[in-house]
Write a protein that binds this ligand. Structure first.
Ligand code: HEM
Length: 518
């Protein structure tokens, strides 16, 4: 039951509120679980005592999704983590590789615009009834854009199957992204058997089955591609790297042997996929919902993209440094609507004293993403309200989505901090900026009151955001005479030299085709 994860986190948050504390210790079985909602204490854990708190727990879910602790994000501290973290930071996510993969990211940003543009053009059924009319499921568009970007970067392809004719996902991509979200939702969900070891194997809460089913789906799509590509390299049919899978296959260790086994490659690919689809899509869906509720924010964001980008081209990555308001909106979404209640757990490798509290070896430290972002001592001005302005700086200097001081938890910090800050920020800002720059958005007519309610089972919006999009990049107007005036009479007035009758004509916005048909 997924709700375990949320009901446990709600219970802990309520306990902290009732005790009026920013750090608490809950004993689950033999484990001390330390929860934190103060940035100062959080920094003590992840900065001052980073070395001590840099491990991860051993759990059923993390074991299953990582093929036995082969991937970076969940492996406890040790040689495997050092090898994989160094590899992804240096060989996959370095600034050079980021530039190398630019064209692939742009292809997917263009596909996003084309996909939404296609949905704006109403489709008609056999009775000529409008059955679409610009309705866009923002959740699907956002999640699939993130999925497309990372599939393109790793496998050099957007679709596992045929894909949708409108540029959207096919069955395979929907199944793939849903399975990635299942891994995310169940990894580190509170599972009773993780704390009471003799219950292991009984799968009392059903998490194990859900994770195994999701892993079967992931493996169905990934494994044959990885194995086929390894064979091509082995047989010398491939000699030049075109994507991150090629990079991983061709990496060598100091003895000139392959650095990574096929199991490590498969595990690391799943890690990168899960890490990419969740945060950006959730932040952008919430941001757009907040903007529909507070249209002045949407207007301000639109003004900014219009001023920086203009109307004759689409947003480019080189525009990102200048899109401070858009970045402030995304940052506000990370503050107020994080994808998960807590950060990924950190485990202590030895006893330590933190903020005058004794923390025994083996404790699990959970930084509360929800409560750090809403801590009233830090966010004094209406902490529960979406106000991007709070992130703009007086000197108009650049806004970043990362927050090393942990006043909100976006990419975290320290040894286990996110190595995907640049890629994650780029995907998030491009997604939001392209949606706002390319289209004007309004609430669906049956949804004039936008309800910003969190789901009962996770922290996504309770119902996927469905909104109406209209292309807003017009390129002048096309003019025609009104139907009753097909013959235009160019007659001067009898009393002056103006046209005898004021010119009345029909204007139609002319869409800039090259902007949308990217
Ligand atoms: C907006 C996007 C993203 C956000 C907000 C985000 C956030 C995070 C957070 C909170 C952590 C846990 C840090 C900790 O334990 O203290 C993390 C870890 C990680 N992230 Fe990201 N992430 C994003 C995108 C990405 C991307 C695009 C990648 C790579 C493709 C990535 C790869 C990883 C990995 C491998 C780890 C595990 C690091 C470790 O355990 O040493 N993330 N991320």
């Amino acid at each position: 039951m997924l709700s375990n994860k949320l009901s446990a986190s709600r219970w802990i948050h309520k306990l902290m509120k009732d005790l009026d504390t920013e750090i608490a210790c809950v004993r689950l079985g033999n484990v001390h679980v330390i929860t934190v909602s103060s940035p100062t204490i959080a920094c003590e854990f992840l900065k001052k005592h980073d070395d001590v708190f840099a491990s991860r727990p051993i759990t059923m879910s993390s074991y299953l999704i990582s093929r036995g602790y082969l991937m970076t994000s969940v492996v406890p501290m040790g040689e495997q983590w050092r090898k994989m973290k160094k590899m992804i930071s240096k060989d996959l996510l370095s600034p050079t590789k980021h530039r190398w993969l630019h064209a692939k990211r742009m292809e997917e940003a263009n596909n996003l615009v084309r996909y939404i543009y296609t949905q704006c053009n109403a489709t008609h059924n056999s009775n000529n009834k409008n059955i679409n009319g610009g309705f866009v499921n923002v959740r699907i568009a956002a999640q699939q854009y993130c999925g497309n970007v990372i599939r393109k970067m790793i496998f050099n392809k957007r679709y596992f199957g045929e894909g949708g004719k409108d540029g959207g996902p096919g069955y395979e991509e929907m199944e793939h992204v849903n399975a990635l979200f299942t891994l995310l939702n169940y990894s580190y969900a509170f599972s009773v058997s993780d704390y009471i070891p003799w219950l292991r194997g009984l799968d009392l809460d059903g998490h194990q089955k859900k994770l195994k089913d999701a892993m079967r789906i992931i493996n169905k799509y990934h494994d044959s591609i990885v194995e086929g590509r390894m064979k091509q390299w082995k047989e010398g049919k491939k000699t030049e790297a075109e994507d991150l899978l090629d990079v991983m296959i061709s990496l060598k260790d100091s003895n000139n042997n392959s650095l990574l086994t096929s199991e490590e490659i498969k595990a690391q690919i799943t890690d990168l996929m899960v890490a990419t689809v969740d945060n950006p899509s959730n932040a952008v869906e919430w941001t757009l919902a907040e903007m529909l509720k507070q249209p002045h924010i949407l207007e301000k964001a639109t003004e900014e993209v219009e001023q920086v980008v203009g109307n004759n081209r689409v947003v480019q990555e080189s525009d990102i440094p200048k899109l401070n308001y858009i970045k402030a909106c995304a940052r506000e979404a990370f503050r107020l609507h994080p994808i998960a209640p807590f950060n990924v757990p950190h485990v202590s490798l030895s006893d330590a004293v933190v903020s005058n509290y004794f923390i025994p070896k083996g404790s699990h430290v959970l930084l509360s993403r929800q409560q750090l972002g809403r801590n009233p001592k830090v966010w004094k001005d209406e902490p529960h309200v979406f106000k991007p302005e709070r992130h703009l700086k007086d000197d108009e200097s650049d806004v970043y989505l990362s927050e090393p001081d942990l006043r909100l938890l976006s990419f975290s910090t320290g040894k286990r901090g996110c190595p995907g800050v640049v890629l994650g920020s780029t995907i998030t800002v491009m997604l939001l900026a392209r949606l706002i720059h390319g289209f004007s958005w309004s609430a669906a007519p049956n949804r004039t009151k936008i309800e910003l309610v969190e789901s009962e089972t996770d922290l996504l919006l309770a119902d996927p955001l469905v909104a109406i999009a209209k292309p807003r990049l017009i390129h002048g107007f096309s003019w025609s005479a009104p139907p009753d005036r097909t013959k235009i009479e160019l007659v001067e007035s009898e009393t002056d030299l103006l046209l005898a009758h004021p010119l009345v004509a029909i204007d139609k916005p002319r869409l800039s085709q090259e902007v949308y048909k990217l």
